[in-house]
Design a protein around this ligand. Structure first.
Ligand code: ADP
Ligand code: MG
Ligand code: MG
Length: 890
């Protein structure tokens, strides 16, 4: 007996997504809930994979099982597929595990042909029959036989022009009949073959086309962009047709159980009378708000509300539903967890906890890290908005602010973004699945037609791209490559600003502001729940009081890395150079004591004050000294210019040549592996001693004012325990001296950064001296891979990793911790360090501390905290909770 490739809807359920796809498992689940679903069956994703893996041959037994399935449908419906006198019609619908909006196409009304269309016409009316048939030929020609959809649109346009009508619904039956003839001729000429008249052949070809579409360009692009694996395959659903195009008491619609844009708990959707399939989302006719159905079709509306509430309770999540009403009777054609904006996601999750529908943990699990990012994204400032020139207002289809240059087709948009590095606003009459690559490359999307559930809106919401849809005020002229609006002519390349949250379009580039974190109650509730769940603490990397304040306002529980070198940049560089250039030890010490010490003390004091009560890790000077000096190249050029002008006797010349000799002296072949970190501190102890003095003077001063301080002094770049044994006691002596001068004792720690592989290997020794570890995974990754990050990204790393053409590394290891390699060193470092010192405090302060996947690794490694940039703190709080949920019991 051959494998089971086909499942009737009544044989499946919601847990079978892998096998039946999202759509198939949803149809099965609704069927078992007793909801009104037209009968059907699903060919499994395994069948698709078997087909694709076998040179596009249907696997043995599949066709026979399809025939059996059709026999079941025939019996249920009391008419037979391919019966010339009264044919049963079906739809053939793709459906992968993850919903891929519009990526793979559905064929409706399958089973009609030139002959049976006339029989249907006699029974159910001319208009209905010919409208249904033309849809079949059109969709079949496009999806199965490879004739571009625009070719059919051209014919429809000319038929409408001939009849002098605007809407598809106004085309006469004779008009559609004519269109069908022209479609068939077109297909015969340009298609892979003629339109098949045999319904069984239609069915077989359609199933194969769905299987093949899994490997189509659109589908592959979309999966790449959204990280959906390529090896899942798609299922095919074959379902008896119900008809929304049989007259004015029929229609088709889409609805959400809650508002997917803002999360409000009200039913939301759109409906088109006398319409079939994708009419409602195609943007061709502007649909009616779904609540209007209450008056127009009260029974169906009430039923829809009932079904909607059953489904939301059953799935415990907001549902996105597709339905058709045939002669006043409701049929459900799809349900799935609805895509939503980040703002809606947090509101819905919090509301559902309050409604008792889900637990806090479920709520936290449902929010994705990138959504937190989105909520922190920039918006237009209100004052700026008021002063700006508003061009138009459309639908607020996907929130956020976008500024960029206008381009009018997807290919150009993609090209301008990728090749010219432009910020692009894609402007289209409406979008289709063929435009997705251009949408992905754009900062914002503006469409002239289409509603809140149009293709542009749905895809933009999912991708988190701001979108204004259905902006009928703009008149696009593709031939002239421009659009006109409110007396302005906007040409390709001109700059506009879109506000996807309000639907407004502005002239020129508007300034943006970051949203206030505190004013987002739902986000803060979710993060508060995340805090209750997570075990990892979240600290922040902050170099000045301003950053420290921001970090704290975002929920940071400490400063994991304060880089002191940043305090010597900008207008302070000159002062630091003074120290480097000092001719004598006394002069050097004088600059340290009189110039640099007060500056550092002030910085540290400000940070302690902001972080009152929380730990602050301050790293001693880390980079090589040449980073604070002008470049040798620049100096050489200046010296040569002075020489050329005969100015070798000037004080300027003397100064430049001296500088050049110092810089040449400092230069190294490989500064990354050179005189930096604790090596610098050991060879020039005055610098570090000054820093420690500044830290403790500031801490003691603050403590005296009642601020609770806990400084932790971090010694960078340790490779051998003897380095610490040498420097740490010297520095601790300074700390003690300051405390006794100030007459106050404070709590403090001395520890080290772990960023050299040898330090991980000998962490047991190092922990004998260091009271805490902080993994500097940027350097650790560089040194473990032997790759210099900044050079490599420019030269080869982007080709190596992620979507690079060489495909050597699955991910850029500087973004996501390389668990297999660098991760081993991390685990080893923690384990060996804690063997010596069980209460060793361990954290991570590299860029990875803000990356959700890396945070999960840190959780498993048993770190105390991750430290990341202030803006990443909210993301890290959520990711740490996700890690705890995922690794429950560990
Ligand atoms: P997509 O994955 O693009 O949403 P679907 O398979 O859901 O494609 O089909 C699109 C639309 O076609 C549905 O929303 C529905 O309106 C219509 N449709 C599909 N199957 C049927 C059917 N059996 N009867 C009536 N309409 C159908
Ligand atoms: Mg679709
Ligand atoms: Mg659908």
């Amino acid at each position: 007996m051959s494998k089971k490739w086909v499942y009737l809807f009544e044989e499946g359920n919601a847990s079978m997504r892998d096998l039946l796809g999202g759509k198939g498992s949803g149809l099965a689940e609704m069927t078992s809930l007793g909801l009104p679903v037209p009968p059907g069956f699903t060919c499994t994703t395994e069948a698709c994979l078997a087909y694709l893996g076998n040179n596009n041959q249907l696997p043995g037994g599949l066709w026979e099982q399809v025939l059996e399935g059709m026999e079941v449908l025939n019996k249920k419906m009391g008419r037979r597929f391919a019966d010339p006198s009264d044919p049963l019609l079906v739809s053939v619908r793709s459906g992968a595990k993850f919903s891929m909006p519009g990526m793979m196409d559905t064929i409706l009304n399958l089973g009609l042909n030139d002959q049976t269309v006339t029989i249907v016409a006699a029974k159910a009316g001319d208009r209905f029959a010919w409208d249904s048939y033309r849809r079949l030929v059109q969709m079949f020609g496009d999806v199965v036989l490879g004739v571009h959809s625009s070719r059919f649109e051209e014919i429809i346009k000319s038929v409408k022009a001939e009849e002098g009508v605007k809407n598809d619904t106004d085309v006469s039956p004779a008009g559609w009949q004519k269109a069908v003839k022209q479609f068939e001729d077109l297909i015969a000429k340009e298609g892979e073959r003629e339109f098949p008249q045999d319904p069984w052949e239609q069915l077989k070809l359609a199933i194969e086309a769905v299987f093949k579409s899994w490997n189509g360009k659109r589908a592959i692009d979309y999966r790449n962009a959204t990280n959906i694996p390529h090896n899942l395959g798609t299922a095919v659903n074959i379902q008896c047709m119900v008809f929304g195009n049989v007259g004015e008491d029929s229609g088709s619609g889409v609805a959400f159980t809650r508002n997917p844009a803002n999360g409000e708990n009200d039913f939301y959707g759109e409906y088109l009378f006398n319409a079939q399939g994708e009419d409602v989302v195609s943007g061709a006719r502007t649909p009616t708000e779904v609540h209007k159905l209450k008056e127009e079709a009260p029974e169906a509306f009430n039923k829809l509300m009932e079904v909607s509430s059953i489904l939301e309770k059953h799935y415990q999540d907001m549902q996105d539903m597709e339905f058709t009403i045939e002669n006043g009777i409701l049929y459900m054609l799809q349900t799935r967890n609805g895509k939503r904006t980040a703002a809606a996601a947090v509101k819905i999750a919090v509301d559902m906890v309050e409604e008792g529908l889900i637990t806090k943990e479920q709520a936290v699990s449902r929010i994705e890290a990138f959504q937190i990012d989105q909520l922190m994204h920039p918006r237009f400032d209100d004052a700026v908005r008021k002063a700006a020139t508003r061009l138009a207002k459309g639908l607020n289809a996907s929130p956020g602010a976008a500024v960029g240059q206008v381009y009018l087709d997807a290919d150009t948009a993609e090209k301008m973004a990728k090749e010219e590095g432009k910020k692009v606003i894609l402007v289209r009459p409406e979008t289709t699945p063929d435009d997705v690559h251009g949408m992905l490359a754009s900062k914002g999307i503006l469409t002239q037609h289409g509603g809140a559930t149009s293709h542009a809106a749905v895809v933009a919401r999912q991708l988190g791209i701001p979108c204004v849809a259905g902006c009928e005020d703009i008149k696009i002229d593709l031939a002239k490559r421009q659009f006109t609006v409110a007396g302005h002519v906007i040409k390709e390349g001109d700059t506009v600003s879109l506000d996807g949250s309000t639907g407004e379009v502005f002239l020129g580039a508007l300034a943006t502001v970051s949203p206030s974190f505190a004013d987002q109650p739902y986000l803060n509730t979710i993060l508060k729940w995340a805090d209750e769940i997570r075990r990892l603490q979240v600290w922040a990397n902050a170099d000045d009081p301003e950053q420290a304040r921001r970090a704290r306002s975002y929920g940071a529980q400490g400063i994991g890395l304060c880089r002191t070198e940043h305090m010597f940049l900008g207008d302070r560089t000159e002062k630091f150079q003074e120290a480097i250039l000092a001719e004598t030890d006394e002069e050097f010490q004088r600059v340290l004591d009189e110039v640099l010490l007060p500056l550092q003390r002030e910085d540290f004091y400000g940070i302690f004050k902001e972080m009152d009560g929380l730990p602050v890790i301050i790293r001693l000077l880390d980079p090589p000294l040449h980073e604070f000096m002008p470049s040798a190249l620049e100096l050489t050029r200046e010296v040569a210019l002075l020489e050329g002008a005969g100015k070798t006797n000037t004080p300027e010349y003397a100064e430049k040549t001296h500088l050049l000799s110092v810089v040449t002296d400092l230069s190294e072949f490989n500064p990354m592996l050179g005189l930096r970190g604790c090596r610098l501190g050991i060879t020039m102890p005055g610098l570090n001693k000054m820093q420690v003095r500044a830290i403790f003077e500031a801490a003691c001063d603050a403590a005296k004012e009642g601020i609770k301080v806990s400084p932790e002094v971090m010694i960078p770049l340790t490779s051998h325990v003897n380095e610490l044994k040498h420097i740490q006691p010297l520095l601790e002596e300074v700390a003690k001296a300051v405390m006794s001068e100030k007459g106050i004792e404070i709590e403090y720690k001395f520890g080290t950064m772990i960023e050299i592989p040898r330090a991980c290997l000998t962490a047991d020794e190092i922990a004998g001296v260091a009271q805490f570890f902080s993994f500097g995974t940027n350097d650790l990754t560089q040194m473990t891979f032997g790759i210099s990050r900044d050079d490599a990204e420019r030269k080869f790393l982007l080709r190596y990793a992620d979507e690079g053409d060489l495909n050597i590394l699955p991910k850029n290891p500087f973004q996501t911790l390389d668990e297999r390699g660098v991760g081993q060193l991390l685990f080893m470092g923690v384990e060996r360090g804690r063997k010596t010192r069980p209460d060793l405090e361990v954290g991570i302060c590299g860029e990875h501390g803000g990356d959700p996947e890396s945070i999960e690794i840190c959780h498993r490694a048993g770190l105390n905290y991750v430290s990341c940039s202030p803006f990443r703190v909210p993301v890290a709080r959520l990711a740490a909770a996700h890690a705890a949920i995922k690794n429950k019991g560990h």
